[in-house]
Design a protein around this ligand. Structure first.
Ligand code: AMP
Length: 364
């Protein structure tokens, strides 16, 4: 069976690394000649909306999926009328636009931060009298890893923050004074079976994920499972989905969801019985889902902008290295490492030198 993937970055690469042992073949569409998944399958080189390449992809792939959510809606719809596409184009449409996404959460009873649509500086000024400071102004579309976002601390920040967005439609959100950030990764099969991974506790800096730790029996697991189940069912979703949440005094507030495999689930490669990548492929190809239970205790650290020597990384005990084969560039995720331990004490101990190594090469 051949899986088509829009995008050939590290997520597509890790998908293929999980799929080859299942007997799957891969074909990627990506505009970058040195896209890092391209050694693991065929590479259609060109634009995501190149009609000829899309037609080739639709014809040659038995099922198409994607590694990012900003696939233009007409592309997803074209593919869906010519071949099987998972997750469904509607999930993309919801995840692409922060306003649509927040309204979707509202409709299915998942709590969010206070928010309002912003289309002018005048609206922003008016709305901020109600929402209050601090708050965050975000572009409605095309934002990831904190891009297109400004923190509003007082009325003095409004004009500059609006200016920065250059007139694109935006959303303002009340700043959530969270105790921690968590995410739940879940997978739903074609027949509607759902499996959940243990929550990940996530640490971001500058809007970019730095460390994810798999939680053992987290008190918020059940609440997160309830919310993500609502989301999966309402979207009639097939594949892996990640729901990012703020934990505020034991109440969960949704930030956003990603209709794809997610950075906060990379630890599942070593730390769960079946990785998120394998389970995504199992779901979209109609295979039975794999068990999602923990294997030991794990945490993942991202390498951003720079890489240590592989030998220094591998000298750390119980550490597993995933290089993405991407040229280091400022703010770019170029690798991650997962450390697996037998207890939370051992995990904390092993994690320290790994984080120190990541901080040394971090250029952000
Ligand atoms: P996002 O691109 O929306 O995932 O935002 C990136 C990061 O910014 C999140 O993981 C949080 O650390 C922070 N952030 C985003 N929205 C809010 C909010 N409403 N309140 C507090 N922190 C936020």
């Amino acid at each position: 069976m051949k899986v088509g993937v829009l995008g050939a970055g590290q997520l597509a690469r890790m998908m293929a690394l999980a799929g080859v042992p299942l007997g799957l073949e891969f074909i990627f569409l990506d505009p970058s000649a040195d896209a890092c998944a391209n050694r693991l399958g065929e590479h259609l080189l060109g634009d995501y909306n190149d009609p000829e390449l899309l037609a080739q992809l639709a014809e040659r792939a038995d099922v198409v999926t994607y590694e990012f959510e900003n696939v233009p809606a007409p592309v997803a719809e074209f593919l869906a009328t010519h071949t099987e596409v998972h997750p469904e184009p509607n999930a993309l449409a919801v995840a692409q636009d922060r306003l649509v996404e927040k309204r979707f959460f509202d409709d299915i009873g998942i709590p969010t931060a206070q928010y309002a649509a912003i289309d002018s500086l005048a609206t922003l000024k008016r709305v901020m009298n109600i929402i209050g400071y601090p708050a965050i102004l975000k572009s409605r579309t095309q934002g990831y890893d904190g891009k297109g976002q400004s923190v509003l601390r007082s009325a003095d920040d409004l004009a500059a923050a609006w200016e920065l967005l250059q007139g694109v439609p935006a959303i303002v959100e009340g700043f959530v004074a969270f105790d921690r950030e968590v995410s739940i990764i879940a997978v739903r099969s074609v027949s509607g079976e759902i499996a959940f991974y243990p929550l990940a506790e996530n640490v971001h800096r500058g809007g970019i994920l730095r460390v994810s730790t798999a939680r053992v029996n987290d008190a918020m697991q059940q609440a997160a499972e309830n919310y993500v189940t609502r989301l999966l069912k309402a979207l009639d979703y097939v594949g892996v989905l990640a729901l990012e949440l703020f934990d505020v005094g034991g109440e969960l507030i949704a930030n956003e969801f990603a209709p794809r495999v997610h950075n906060s689930g990379h630890w599942t490669i070593e730390g769960a019985e079946t990785s998120q990548f394998e389970n995504h492929l199992r779901a979209i190809t109609g295979l039975p889902l794999g068990a999602t239970g923990l294997v030991g205790q794990s945490a993942m650290v991202n390498f951003i902008g720079g890489l240590p020597e592989t030998k220094d990384l591998l000298a750390l005990p119980h550490t597993h290295c995933h290089l993405y084969d991407k040229a280091p560039r400022k703010g770019r995720k170029v690798a991650h490492a997962t450390v697996r331990a037998e207890s939370s004490e051992q995990l904390a101990e092993l994690l320290q030198p790994l984080i120190a190594l990541a901080d040394e090469v971090d250029d952000s």
